[in-house]
Design a protein around this ligand. Sequence first.
Ligand SMILES: NC(=O)c1ccc[n+]([C@@H]2O[C@H](COP(=O)([O-])OP(=O)(O)OC[C@H]3O[C@@H](n4cnc5c(N)ncnc54)[C@H](O)[C@@H]3O)[C@@H](O)[C@H]2O)c1
Length: 376
Amino acid sequence: MKTTLEVGLGKRAYPIHIGRDLSQDLLRTVRALRQDNRPVAVLVDANVREAFGCMLEDIFENAPMLELPSGESTKCFPWLEKACNFLAKQKIDRSGAVFAIGGGVTGDLAGFTAASYLRGVDFYQVPTTLLAMVDSSVGGKTGINLAAGKNLVGAFWQPKAVFCDLAFLDELPAREFSAGMAEVIKYGLLDDVELFEYLERLDRLHSRHAALTGIVRRCCEIKARIVEEDETERAKSGGRALLNLGHTFGHAIEAVAGYGDYLHGEAIAVGMMLAAELSAERDAIEPRDVRRIALLFQSYDLPIRLRNPLPLEALIEAMGRDKKVSAGKLRLVLLEKLGKAYTTGEFEWPKIEQLWRGVGAEDGSVSESRPSSSNE
Ligand SMILES: NC(=O)c1ccc[n+]([C@@H]2O[C@H](COP(=O)([O-])OP(=O)(O)OC[C@H]3O[C@@H](n4cnc5c(N)ncnc54)[C@H](O)[C@@H]3O)[C@@H](O)[C@H]2O)c1
């Protein structure tokens, strides 16, 4: 089954194609560009090139291809520079098009390269991880990391099209697939209780599961609608920030544990548990709902608490560095009910500290430099 939906952003609108084996669709796109004498360049994740090299050569023929080392550390200035130099050396002009083939790391770096090179050239997303299909390839956030934090430099630069070819997922390690499931479950929690309940009823999803195309489509639909309403995350409440359910906690775990210890999806699974616990404390959801969320995460081997104790003070400090801190105020994304999230600056730090302890954070003195919540 193949399906297409549109991200309705006016002049920047683009299609998301989803299905198994989209190589002919990609080939048609590449040939159409070439027929218009537009040069094509490819930035590809090293593991993806190794697993799918022959197929990629069939599609892109002799197009120049830059291989990017796999891993978060590739989202950095040196690789941005290498990628821009590569495009210049290949004489990619303003009519050119860049294809990003890989997970979120490749998409974020290639997208920012496309946004920066010659002040912007077209780019196409070919996500090869579940996380990239349901999240990072859609919505136009591109960027790289700084030592001070993840994704601190970047641009909003929408792709011209997204091709989610589920066949790539056949080679994706199971742990990476599960990390992508954390984002899938996130969409159910924040916007679609029916999706959440459907996931509860389904056997464990895998790359060849008959339901996968529909589920990836549903996630992309939700993301597309949210992005259409708040493309550059300016909404004072709700909006694109809702997509960060569990992320303020999750980013803190990633930063304190050291990037790479937890996959992003694993860290946000623990983060979503904390957001759910806090929502239950406010009687927005039932303790029973919190257990259902935990069970669903566990059915994909996702963690629901810290694997090893982490220092509380460092976690709280890392939360304060989150991008959602604006004018010294931290906003959290919580659940109003299963299937509906909201943003709030109203929370109490002692409660947050207690919840962290509950998932295995170690006590330590809490820094005075934490950002204030609106009720402090
Ligand atoms: N731009 C956004 O809106 C957005 C949203 C969410 C996450 N992100 C970013 O996405 C990144 C995480 O993305 P990710 O989880 O896709 O990680 P990733 O790109 O690091 O890929 C995960 C691993 O899977 C390998 N891989 C990729 N596709 C494969 C395939 N088909 N077969 C075998 N191996 C394959 C990669 O080599 C890598 O080792 C983070 O940098 C995060 O900040 C961006």
